[in-house]
Design a protein around this ligand. Structure first.
Ligand SMILES: CC1=C(CCC(=O)O)c2cc3nc(cc4[nH]c(cc5[nH]c(cc1n2)c(C)c5CCC(=O)O)c(CCC(=O)O)c4C)C(CCC(=O)O)=C3C
Ligand SMILES: [Fe+2]
Length: 391
């Protein structure tokens, strides 16, 4: 496929544009945008200062949250994951004859978004389509990326000469969901082999886990015309995807499951989404549960939250309560996920009609252009953002 035949369009996020962009757009590069993480002990505190910028948290407090990174030699797994994802995307694009380079930039660590954008513009890029490594709607997983794109364009003086659009939140895209279906299926097989006579409808509980967020952020996740209830689009999207995974992976067996949360931070006085995964695990033995399948539904790859908060803490909670625990893999560079991300770019390059876009839940396909008020943060206040309609 060649991209030359396509008309160069103005930014798909044109101020009054529709929520789905169904005209072809001649993007000239893919921006793989991620969180970033430290790569050695000396990086840890500067990285945490970046993450918590503007919130006035003293270094002594940061050292307290640094211990996960310290235990891994100061190295987050996230950058290695993104290097692998970039290479996998490049291979997938090449195999489909799609001539779009993948440029990687992070919000909180090198390579920083601003440097990636500066380099992209110097190389002649003018119109990028971003893939953020984050599947759901919330301030941290959607709007903060869009704000940081706007800030990086402003900082580099490139606002107006480089546009950044963003693929839709992909929580219910088959490429993202399939690895979880495969993972739950395999985990149940593994438990059946490990525990002969296991009755999965009685002895097993599936815990879908995601990053907790402040309840105030959850309530304001998704578009301003919300209607998703007090936990917002964030929880609604996770629950809808969990239902799809259960239906597909269990062949109709009625296995109990719930959505739980992990990695809470912030002051105890501030309400965050609950229950915490460890509290949920502690309740299970009283109900006769023997084994737990932990599904990291909120994570696209093996972040520190997966390696520490799940593989270390949550599996230890299982052991403490006499439960067998199995953790399902994250999508990582699963071929279904990688090819799904390329499909998400192509639907924008081709201007695919909404009805032809794959979505496994009734909530999708999600918006290409964020609605006014989408995923606002009431604590941090209004900041300009790309790829959305201003209020
Ligand atoms: C929803 C969500 C995602 C998923 C979406 C996405 O992927 O973007 C995510 C990802 C990540 N969060 C990460 C790390 C951190 N998050 C922090 C703080 C926070 N995260 C929050 C939410 C989320 N975070 C929130 C509401 C806060 C409190 C700040 C506030 O009050 O607004 C802090 C500060 C220390 C602390 O507070 O614990 C750190 C170090 C890493 C890197 C991990 C690695 O190195 O592998 C990744 C991928
Ligand atoms: Fe976080």
């Amino acid at each position: 496929m060649t991209l030359e035949s396509l008309v160069p369009a103005a930014s798909a996020a044109a101020a009054s544009g529709p929520e789905h962009v169904t005209v072809p757009v001649a993007y000239d590069g893919i921006l793989l945008a991620s969180f970033g993480g430290p790569e050695g002990q000396d990086d840890v505190i500067p990285f945490l200062r970046n993450v918590t910028r503007g919130r006035g948290i003293p270094d002594e407090r940061l050292e307290e949250v640094a211990h996960h990174y310290r235990a891994f030699g100061g190295v987050s797994p996230i950058n290695a994951q993104n290097r692998m994802l970039k290479a996998a995307l490049e291979a997938e694009l090449a195999s489909r004859d799609i001539d779009l380079p993948v440029l990687w930039g992070n919000r909180n660590w090198d390579p920083y978004l601003r440097d990636t954008l500066r380099g992209a513009h110097e190389q002649g890029h003018r119109s990028l389509i971003a893939i953020a490594t984050s599947a759901y709607s919330s301030y941290s997983s959607c709007r903060q990326y869009r704000e940081d794109f706007a800030a990086a364009l402003e900082e580099t003086g490139l606002a107006g000469s480089l546009t950044i659009d963003k693929v839709r939140q992909f929580f219910d895209h088959p490429g993202f969901v399939q690895p979880f279906i495969d993972g739950v299926f395999s985990a149940l097989e593994e438990l059946r082999q490990q525990l002969p006579g296991l009755d999965v409808t009685r002895d097993v509980e599936v815990l879908f886990t995601t990053h907790s967020i402040p309840s105030a952020d959850a309530e304001r996740s998704g578009p301003a015309s919300r209607g998703f209830g007090p936990e917002g689009a964030y929880a609604a999207q996770h629950k809808a995807v969990a239902e799809v995974v259960m239906a597909a992976a269990t062949a109709g067996a009625d296995i109990p499951w719930q959505l739980v949360y992990q990695s809470r931070s912030g002051p105890p006085s501030q309400p965050w989404l609950e229950p915490d995964i460890n509290d949920a695990i502690a309740e299970l033995p009283a109900r006769g549960v023997k084994a737990v399948v932990i599904v990291p539904l909120g994570f696209v790859s093996d972040h520190m939250e997966v390696l520490w908060d799940l593989d270390n803490e949550a599996l230890a909670s299982c052991a403490e309560h006499g439960l067998i625990g199995v953790r399902v893999p994250t999508p990582g560079v699963d071929p279904a996920y990688v090819s799904g991300l390329v499909d998400l770019v192509l639907e924008r390059v081709q201007g695919t009609a909404v009805d032809d876009r794959p979505a496994l839940t009734a909530l999708g396909p999600w918006y290409d252009v964020c609605r006014p008020g989408c995923c606002e943060n009431v604590r941090l206040g209004f900041k300009p953002a790309v790829a959305g309609i201003a209020p």
